[in-house]
Ligand binder design. Structure first.
Ligand SMILES: [Zn+2]
Length: 226
């Protein structure tokens, strides 16, 4: 069996429209006055130029609605509205900014370089840890099924992760990294692989069923447990 096919995408697609390439990044400072307290923060958007511009200008709209209800925010909000209006107008293709943001997010610059094998090992570890105990049957199932799904499954890596499972990112975040990298066939293979791990100890616990559903939804496929 071949490894899941990677899309031959040269770049990530925009997470908002899923059509145009990822080419812009912008931060929009915002203020929300809540009578007494004032919330101040920055939202960062990364996507294609039209979507990022839309988000920044959308922030202007929210600020005009919600940014007035405390004395301090009353003073700050007009400046932020004007800033974000200009910022929105200035959003343009910014490959260097996008590359920097991807580095901050720990993502490789080109999606085809996402290490599918490594993500598969981490997902397997999440599944094995889902019911709160590490079963040898589940590890063996992961090794056996993983060899078929990913060309060469990193068994040593899996055992290392299982000993340090607390450091794992949430499984749905891992799965989301594969959303635009794997085709439907690859995603289905990953789900079958994870299901085989879940049933290896003889029963699928509610936690395992829940995790399978969350991973499937992050991948954008139907959960085999459903
Ligand atoms: Zn877009």
């Amino acid at each position: 069996m071949a490894a899941p096919h990677a899309n031959h995408g040269e770049s990530y697609s925009c997470p908002y429209c899923n059509q145009r390439p990822l080419e812009a990044v912008a931060s929009a400072p915002y203020v929300r006055g809540l009578i007494v307290v004032m919330l101040f923060g920055t939202k960062t958007y990364i996507g294609c130029v039209p979507c990022v511009r839309g988000r920044v200008l959308g922030e202007v709209g929210w600020s005009m609605l919600l940014g007035w209800f405390s004395p301090k925010s009353l003073i700050i909000n007009p400046f932020l509205i004007v800033y974000n209006l200009f910022r929105g107008a200035l959003v343009g293709a910014d490959p260097a900014g996008v590359a920097k943001k991807l580095r901050e997010l720990g993502l490789p610059e080109k999606p085809s370089f996402v290490n599918v094998q490594a993500v598969g090992v981490a997902l397997a570890a999440s599944m094995i840890l889902a019911d709160g105990k590490v079963d040898e049957e589940e590890i063996v199932a992961a090794e056996r099924a993983g060899d078929g799904v990913f060309e060469g499954f990193d068994e040593a890596g899996l055992r290392m992760i299982l000993q340090h499972g607390k450091d794992l990112p949430p499984a749905e975040d891992l799965a989301a990294m594969l959303h635009n990298v794997l085709d439907d066939e690859g995603k289905t293979k990953v789900m079958v692989f994870l299901s085989e791990i879940a049933i290896a100890d003889g029963n699928v616990s509610p936690e395992e069923r829940d995790l399978l559903e969350r991973i499937a939804s992050a991948l954008g496929v139907r959960s085999p447990a459903a």
